[in-house]
Design a protein around this ligand. Sequence first.
Ligand SMILES: [Fe+2]
Ligand SMILES: [Fe+2]
Length: 141
Amino acid sequence: MTSQQSPEIHMQEIDGQHRMLVTLMTDLHEALKYARATETISDAFDEVVEYTNYHFTVEERLMRESGFPGYLLHKAVHDVVRVQLLDLRAQFENGGRGAVSPATLQFLRDWLISHITAEDEAMARYLDAEAAGSPARVTIH
Ligand SMILES: [Fe+2]
Ligand SMILES: [Fe+2]
């Protein structure tokens, strides 16, 4: 997996979390690709699952507190990914190192990048406008 950077949405805290998520997904991809020790892969999985959940929870709190109108839709997208990650980890735990293809992680990383440029960017525009005192009309993707 190439070291593609996460797009910036110009919210310092969230941009930092996106960079961390891309790094953790890349680490997991490499652990799977190079068939590292089961424990190494398992730890990398735990990090991705836990940090993704942490990051999504931060965004969801920001959206709820600001009254962002696209909150439910955005949270529904997060929830699908939460379930997918838990499902993948279960596949790995039940089936061992060969049970999860490295390409799946590539797909998830690509999904994350497009989520940042669409839904997260819309959230950031709303939060910016709200901070300036006039919530923008946002396009919900
Ligand atoms: Fe995000
Ligand atoms: Fe998000």
